[in-house]
Ligand binder design. Structure first.
Ligand SMILES: [Zn+2]
Ligand SMILES: [Zn+2]
Length: 404
């Protein structure tokens, strides 16, 4: 364990339970399969270790595995950083600018959001990532993004090994007639494999190749998304808040100018806020450097305005069809079937005649279901409700639902 604590910053050792989830189980299995197959293929069937190229190849493979696991475990166990339970701003006057989290019994610091999975308010929350079974936020943003870069690089290297192994081994048996492929095969020809490259070895290598290529494409795309977040210093949640801010200003035709406060003005400055040599990002995750025309609470005030706006602009809907709360309702037509969210979003049963208050977002509607009498979040098919043609000033409770 001493070795492990030196290797990974196990500040939150109790967090080991985060491993017991499908995300880390699948992610670690993919890493294990690709790494071990690449190493086995390199030693047994492909590059003899007594050549310089073979040794460099082998050291690089080990290196990828170590770096990938280092960043992966740090992203998971260091975590995003949570706002202390019961947190209050130092200055009492600032209470009015912040939202209060009833679960954490504290104020939500700027840039923080409450994660329902982690059940805590998360510093500079970007999203909850099922693959690390933790949130991506302030403290693990650099580890998380490094992992997203290293995994495709390591997988590409492994994919080359798999392709070369299959090629050289089959080349010995079958002539493909690939005379145009110029690869120096002399080292391989001199080398007698420790084991014959059998059908199971071929199948395992092919399987690992599929995993490696899939990971390279999928994780590589996530890397570009996260780099965009870092270079703009704007999390996915904040991008959404900004969009709603522009929408709100346009709707009311106010002369306000919304400036996103956390962009430091240069990509390099934004990058350096997240990536530091020590591995710990700049800042305490509560107070942030802001644009000269903004102040600490520019964004939180905008969030409060949007929250208040929801009630004024809410639209009344009436349920016109019953919905029994089925996970993927087949009886509601093909359109509904294809637009059913593939999430663990709870399903809300409806009865004909229910009244719902909603606010339009891009595809999310915030709803209040008076008949339920309590806060509920969830989804139900769009076609079960019909818009009533009058606006209502609504209530003090809202619940969020996805309508499709
Ligand atoms: Zn909270
Ligand atoms: Zn979370």
């Amino acid at each position: 364990m001493n070795f492990l604590s030196a290797f990974v910053t196990f500040e939150n050792l109790h967090e080991v339970r985060r491993l017991c989830h499908w995300g880390p189980v699948i992610a670690l299995s993919v890493i294990a399969v690709c790494s071990s197959m690449a190493i086995l293929d390199s030693i047994i069937w492909y590059w003899p270790l007594d050549t310089t190229g073979g040794s460099i190849n082998f050291i690089m493979l080990i290196n990828w595995t170590v770096l990938i696991l280092y960043n992966y475990f740090n992203a998971m166990f260091v975590g995003p950083g949570y706002i202390p339970l019961g947190w209050k701003p130092e200055n009492q006057q600032d209470y009015q600018y912040l939202q209060f989290c009833r679960v954490c019994q504290g104020y939500k610091a700027p840039r923080s959001h409450h994660c329902r999975k982690c059940n805590r308010c998360v510093m500079k929350m970007d999203h909850h990532c099922p693959w690390i079974n933790n949130c991506c936020g302030h403290q693990n943003h650099a580890y998380f993004t490094s992992f997203l870069l290293l995994a495709p690089l390591g997988c590409s290297h492994a994919a080359i090994i798999f392709i070369m192994t299959m090629y050289t081994q089959l080349y010995e048996r079958i002539s493909f007639g690939w005379s145009t492929v110029k690869i120096d095969m002399s080292a391989v020809r001199r080398f007698q494999p420790l084991m014959p490259f059998s059908v199971p070895a071929f199948a395992a290598t092919l399987f690992a190749l599929g995993l490696a290529l899939g990971t390279t494409i999928a994780v590589g795309m996530l890397f570009f998304i996260q780099m965009k977040v870092i270079l703009r210093n704007k999390t996915s949640i904040e991008a959404w808040i900004e969009e709603k801010a522009k929408d709100r200003i346009q709707y009311y035709q106010t002369e306000e100018e919304f400036i996103f406060p956390y962009d430091l003005g240069s990509r390099w400055q934004n990058f350096k806020q997240v990536f530091t040599w020590s591995g710990t990002p700049k800042g305490d995750g509560i107070e942030w450097p802001v644009h000269p025309k903004c102040h600490q609470h520019t964004l939180t005030i905008e969030q409060l305005k949007q929250k208040a706006d929801k009630r004024v602009r809410s639209v009344q809907y009436r349920a016109v069809e019953d919905y029994n709360g089925a996970c993927c309702p087949l009886s509601k037509g093909v359109h509904t079937f294809f637009r059913t969210p593939c999430t663990e979003e709870p399903r809300i049963p409806l009865s004909k005649g229910d009244t719902i208050l909603a606010t339009r977002g891009t595809n999310v509607l915030s709803l209040f279901l008076p008949s339920a009498g309590e806060r509920i979040r969830g989804w139900f098919p769009r076609r079960c409700v019909e818009k009533c043609h009058y606006d209502t000033a609504a209530s003090d409770t809202t619940s969020e639902k996805k309508l499709n």
